[in-house]
Ligand binder design. Structure first.
Ligand code: ADP
Ligand code: ZN
Length: 216
């Protein structure tokens, strides 16, 4: 399996970018945030553990994440290209991923670092609205739906993620600085990192990331 890691702070556009480019690259988009939210909704043991951490904007413990990812990679397709969105988020998770890939004859082809200033991230996260039915993302000012509270694509109801409130957002960004940003140096040293400016339009960003991935 071939892995592309999308690295960046909350609000940097990892999920949006992955959704925009996955079909064209014939890739599988794996979002640990989405996997965890599904586990919380289903009330699984993983979901029960994860819920409290997610509400506070803290990281779910590494051992829980590692089990979740191992299970997912077990079912993985050896020939597939994976876009990892939200994993790894700590050095321990990165080490585990590397070991796991050795065992599966896989490799990290590229790490794309989506970089944006904190004020842009906060603006994106505080204004984000998501469709309950199809998952499409909107923003109250930047990408407003045609009718307030209603999804343009499917007519579903728009909601705000419980961790998208100002206080939790600030904490998520601090946690990112403390626990995740070390990965930038690690992947730079390994010669795997490409930085992109995420504070550009979503279409232009997706285009740029697709080109980078296409070259890997
Ligand atoms: P964001 O990147 O905007 O914070 P995500 O949907 O990626 O949103 O993650 C939401 C929450 O899920 C995180 O705040 C964290 O609690 C948990 N989470 C997701 N991925 C991981 C991970 N790899 N390790 C630990 N916790 C994670
Ligand atoms: Zn919808």
């Amino acid at each position: 399996m071939k892995i592309i890691v999308l690295l960046g702070a909350p609000g940097s556009g990892k999920g949006t970018t992955a959704e925009k480019i996955r079909d064209r690259l014939n890739a599988v988009h794996l979002s640990t945030g989405d996997m965890l939210r599904a586990a919380v909704k289903a009330g699984t043991p993983t979901g029960k553990t994860a819920d409290g951490y997610m509400k506070k904007g803290e990281l779910v413990p590494d051992d829980v994440m590692v089990r979740l990812m191992e299970d997912r990679m077990e079912q993985g397709d050896a020939n597939a290209l994976y876009l990892l969105d939200g994993f790894p988020r700590t050095i321990a998770q990165a080490e585990l991923l590397e070991q796991s890939l050795v065992a599966r004859n896989g490799r990290i082809a590229r790490v794309v670092f989506l970089d944006a200033p904190r004020d842009v991230l906060i603006d994106r996260l505080t204004g984000r609205r998501i469709c309950r039915s199809c998952g499409m993302n909107f923003h109250v000012r930047n990408i407003p739906p045609k009718r307030e509270g209603v999804c343009d694509a499917c007519g579903g109801e728009l909601y705000q993620r419980p961790d998208d409130n100002r206080e939790t957002i600030e904490n998520r960004l601090d946690v990112y600085e403390r626990q995740t940003s070390d990965l930038i140096a690690r992947y730079t040293d390994l010669g795997l990192l490409t930085r992109v400016d995420s504070a550009q339009g979503a279409e232009a960003l997706a285009e740029q990331v697709a080109n980078i991935v296409g070259q890997g």
